[in-house]
Design a binder for this molecule. Structure first.
Ligand SMILES: Cc1ncc(COP(=O)(O)O)c(C=O)c1O
Length: 408
């Protein structure tokens, strides 16, 4: 007997989730990290130390730190953001959340209503685009080039919206290693973006979760740091720098809006153990951990680019990322990556099709996103070879098989 919940479901809830049936053999999807890059020993030692010292504080919701999150973690973040991103903020300006996905939800809950308009990069994080779709928000996608969001296009879009009497709720941007294009918005463009935001009275929503993964270790100042008017909401995460399964992210924003989001965060605090262990680990080891992580990621990117060149030749076009965990690839126009995605998945290769990562489905039809962080070097090589075979079978490209050369 199964009870029928169907008639009880309220209107507008998302389609049912599908059951997980296991990981695909070659997985280039998601924002997963490099398993060898997780500082397991350091996290273990940090857990032991912090729990021995402060474990009794788990008896209180909020760990005696109040509702904004574990105070030592917020202190670490304030110092780190000042040093690396030029931001002036204190622990009081920071709200710890359960991954930056919760940050997205809180910012959206505080600012968006059905029918609103937001501006974002044309190719954009799927988690954000899906939220806009569910919320019934109009999305204006701004084209990107190798320097990130095209500022002339942003200027034209803002002018156009103003002419129509529309004031966008915010400009959402991933300026430092953009998802999916991996572009970095340079400092001049950051100034220009902020000037436009100010001119049109539109706040900026800066999603900065990849900022620690710039290969050189040098990132431009955060938009939050450069703004003179307190019009930037900044969010970040430990998912890409330490581990996504921890589910720890943060929001930095002026109290006028942070207090609204805090009022909307009704979960009585994000996971305490994760916050405690991170604070303990990061205070001593964050800086020495990052170069190791970046080195490992950079090596995997090289393997992926080599494999694509070998297997796809000129059929796969991409710009070399300056950091991050993704490569955004353009295949010939006849390739429909939504169909390639289905065919590849059936053969054990998971990719992210471009249209899911873009506000412009036509522009992204032949594009795909590959995450190179989590598969091993061997799996990157074998997975790309298999993907090339599937793509040739389905679309006739790449025309020539590297397998023939290998005699397979
Ligand atoms: C741009 C961007 N924002 C937010 C997130 C959410 O990350 P998390 O909730 O793990 O912090 C991701 C994850 O891939 C992302 O790419």
């Amino acid at each position: 007997m199964t009870f029928d919940f169907g008639p009880l479901l309220p209107p507008g809830i998302p389609a049912a989730a599908v059951k997980w049936t296991g990981a695909p053999r070659y997985n280039f999807t998601g924002g997963n990290n490099d398993p060898d890059g997780v500082p397991v020993d350091g996290l273990l030692a940090a857990a032991q130390t912090v729990l021995s010292r402060e474990g009794r504080s788990l008896a209180t919701y909020g760990l005696n730190s109040g509702p904004q999150g574990y105070r030592p973690l917020r202190d670490f973040l304030a110092a780190k953001l000042a040093r690396d991103a030029g931001m002036t903020c204190s622990a009081d300006d920071i709200l710890i959340v359960s991954g930056s996905l919760q940050a997205l939800d809180l910012v959206h809950a505080a600012l968006l209503a059905r029918g609103d308009t937001v501006i974002c990069e044309r190719d954009c994080y799927e988690g954000t685009l899906n939220r806009y779709a569910r919320l019934g928000v109009n999305v204006v996608g701004i084209p990107l080039d190798s320097g990130g969001m095209n500022i002339d296009a942003l200027s034209a879009a803002l002018a156009d919206l103003k002419a129509k009497g529309v004031r966008p709720k915010f400009i959402y941007t991933i300026p430092t290693v953009q998802n999916p294009t991996a572009t970095i918005l340079d400092e001049n463009r950051r100034h220009a973006l902020l000037a436009l935001a100010e001119q049109y009275g539109v706040p900026v929503f800066e999603d900065d979760c990849y900022a620690d993964l710039v290969w050189t270790g040098q990132r431009p100042p955060a938009l939050h740091a450069m703004s003179q008017t307190g019009n930037v909401i900044h969010i970040g995460s430990f998912s890409k720098s330490i581990a996504p399964a921890l589910r720890v992210g943060f929001i930095v924003a002026p109290w006028t809006i942070l207090s609204r989001m805090l009022a909307l965060k009704t979960d009585a605090g994000s996971g305490a153990l994760e916050q405690m262990v991170l604070a303990e680990f990061c205070a001593a080891h964050f800086d020495s951990h990052l170069p190791d992580l970046r080195r490992g990621l950079r090596a995997k990117l090289d393997t992926l680019m080599e494999s694509l060149n070998e297997q796809f030749g000129t059929a796969a076009e991409f710009e070399e990322p300056k950091g991050g965990i993704f490569l955004w690839v353009k295949l010939p126009d006849q390739v429909d990556t939504m169909k390639l995605y289905q065919a590849a998945l059936a053969d054990g290769v998971a990719i992210n099709p471009g249209p899911n990562w873009s506000a412009d489905k036509a522009h992204s039809k032949s594009r795909l996103r590959l995450c190179f962080a989590s598969p091993s070097h061997d799996d990157i090589r074998a997975g790309v070879a298999r993907l090339a075979d599937i793509c040739r079978r389905e679309f006739g490209v790449p025309a020539r098989s590297a397998n023939i050369e290998r005699g397979v």
